[in-house]
Design a protein around this ligand. Structure first.
Ligand code: ARG
Length: 578
């Protein structure tokens, strides 16, 4: 798909070509960049508009068809050049029109540029529940949780920008036997003051301590008793557990805020221990629950019903498991929110779990499961902070901030920054996010502070730097109104490259919205930054004649605006100084 931005009259073109407009829309695409230039703005692929695109031996024929087609089409006020490529017809837009249309659109739509494109006009607006982050209380907030947090936030941002309704949900690991241990641990080693002031760290320490003590049978028994009391809703036990949860959430909220992330709902496994029983009853009633000799409850997931694949949903003592709670949670969420789609942003190590979850829901007759999706991501290897292995999210944030501060201190402009700590944090986060989003989410990658924090090359630091530079250009020369500019001034190849690239923004949003991969936007923004940096060098504002300076300023303003929009979608706060 491709942006037309009003350039092509599809119905006209469809008459000339004698093709249905739908075909045409799908067949027109961006011209790939070679050596930083595009030979044209749009291309029509012949193979995809003709019916017989099945056989390769047609290739020479396609070329011929392209040539014939190119000859039949006439240039007009919009299209200034039409040429045939290998199997494609290439269109070049009138340069002045390109400049005028793109700049007008970017500056008019502001933060809505791209999302208002015709491309999205046929996409129905949906309500999406996005579950992400979901750490476990008293356990490590590992890098997988960080990845889930930034990916989920990105998906939510993108959907909101595209006009969908989004519920951001955090599903805490706040139930299970470990809370028996934690409760006993707290009675032994806990400190009420520390629980209030630094709950995450304190509960983690208590949990580590009690795990050591749990080799002793007596502690084990106490932990079992504590958890049983929890399950029986003993008031005192429950009130201590509730403090663990509440204080932890307070601290999570504070730290997520540093990341620029918020949640509409803090759910958790604890919500579903009762409802899990109902799920087991339903499974039983539907004849889906089988008992093993050991007394555990399983659901047969195999096609031939020979138990070659199954999922355990009940312990021998009748209690629920992780998957049972997820079944209950899914049904409850759907009932409560009646959403069109549910997305789980969780590491690919849990792919099996989600496959089983969806299979069981399907067997139970919930057809909406077709609209549930596990967005999985790969492993991040080797992230360490000065404190060693990552245990708390806050350590990562502190580390990236202090590393960035150090880097900034070695450049001379930093002294003038109003709040270097905050700038360092925002730039550092951009670095983490861009490193993480550069590849396919499903691939694993080796984490590197140095690579992420490089100021040149394809990094978040570079994006922030470009944004800050473009911003200060505006500060220095003031914002120009489009009405004042003469677009004929923007005919240099470096200006055209920026304009052509700005034109493509909606396509990139479209692509990311289809496969939920942030990498399309990342590579788009990096290219935009490189193009803008080149243009900034070759097309000076200072010292140019007023008309020229104004037109260039307008171009840079548009580039900065789109850069900022894209960065925000990725979860990055653009800085204005660095
Ligand atoms: N708390 C889990 C963990 O840290 C992740 C939860 C994922 N979401 C879910 N609905 N199961 O592994």
């Amino acid at each position: 798909p491709c942006s037309f931005q009003g350039f092509f009259n599809i119905s006209c073109l469809s008459k000339v070509l004698d093709l249905p407009p739908e075909n045409l829309i799908k067949s027109i695409s961006a011209v790939p960049v070679s050596k930083k230039r595009r030979v044209a703005d749009f291309q029509l692929s012949i193979a995809s508009v003709t019916e017989d695109n099945s056989s390769d031996c047609l290739a020479p024929d396609l070329h011929l068809q392209a040539q014939k087609l190119a000859e039949r089409l006439k240039c007009d006020a919009v299209v200034s050049e039409i040429s045939a490529g290998p199997g494609t017809v290439n269109f070049t837009i009138n340069r002045e029109l390109l400049a005028k249309t793109v700049l007008r659109q970017v500056l008019k739509d502001g933060s809505e540029y791209g999302v208002k494109s015709e491309l999205f006009s046929t996409v129905p607006k949906q309500k999406a529940l996005i579950e992400f982050s979901s750490p476990n209380i008293a356990k490590k907030f590992h890098i997988g949780h960080l990845r889930s947090t930034i990916v989920g936030n990105f998906i939510a941002n993108l959907k909101v920008a595209l006009g969908h309704e989004v519920i951001r949900m955090n599903y805490l690991g706040d139930w299970g036997m470990q809370f028996g241990l934690l409760g006993v641990g707290f009675q032994l080693f806990g400190n009420k003051e520390k629980l209030k002031t630094s709950p995450l760290q304190h509960l983690f320490e208590v949990y580590v301590q009690v795990n050591k003590a749990a080799e002793d049978e007596n502690t084990k028994k106490l932990a079992k008793d504590f958890f049983r009391k929890l399950e029986e809703h003993d008031e005192q036990t429950l009130s201590l557990w509730k403090q663990f949860r509440d204080f932890s959430i307070d601290e999570y909220i504070r730290i997520y805020k540093r990341l620029g992330v918020h949640f509409d709902e803090y759910s958790g496994e604890s919500f579903y221990q009762e409802k899990s029983k109902e799920v087991l009853n339903m499974l039983e009633n539907k004849g889906l629950l089988q008992k093993t000799i050991k007394g555990t409850g399983i659901v047969d997931l195999s096609e031939k019903k020979d138990l070659s694949s199954f999922s355990t949903v009940m312990r021998s003592d009748g209690t629920s498991l992780y998957i049972t709670r997820d079944l209950a949670a899914a049904i409850d969420r759907m009932n409560k929110h009646n959403c069109d789609t549910m997305i789980y942003v969780v590491s690919k190590s849990q792919s099996n779990h989600f496959q089983h979850l969806f299979q069981i829901l399907k067997l139970m007759g919930y057809d909406w499961v077709e609209r549930c999706q596990h967005v999985s991501f790969g492993l991040v290897q080797g992230m360490k902070t000065r404190r060693g292995e990552v245990i708390f999210l806050e350590d990562v944030l502190n580390e990236v901030r202090s590393r960035m501060l150090q880097n900034m201190a070695s450049t001379k402009t930093t002294k003038e920054i109003e709040d270097p700590m905050e700038t360092a944090e925002k730039v550092g986060l951009a670095a983490l996010i861009i490193q993480d989003f550069q590849g396919l989410l499903s691939s694993d990658y080796q984490f590197s502070w140095d690579r992420a924090l490089q100021s040149r090359g394809d990094t978040g630091v570079f994006l922030q730097y470009t944004h800050a530079r473009l911003h200060s250009l505006e500060q220095m020369h003031g914002n120009e109104q489009l009405t004042d500019i003469n677009v004929a001034c923007l005919q240099e190849p470096d200006a055209i490259s920026v304009l052509q690239h700005l034109l493509r923004y909606d396509e990139v949003l479209y692509r990311s919205s289809q496969d939920l991969q942030p990498k399309h936007i990342v590579s788009y923004l990096l290219t935009l930054s490189h193009l803008a940096a080149v243009a900034h060098k070759t097309l000076p504002v200072k010292g140019s004649a007023p008309e020229l300076a104004q037109a260039r300023l307008c171009l840079f303003q548009a580039a900065r605006s789109v850069l900022a929009n894209g960065m925000k979608l990725l979860g990055i706060t653009p800085v204005t100084q660095m």
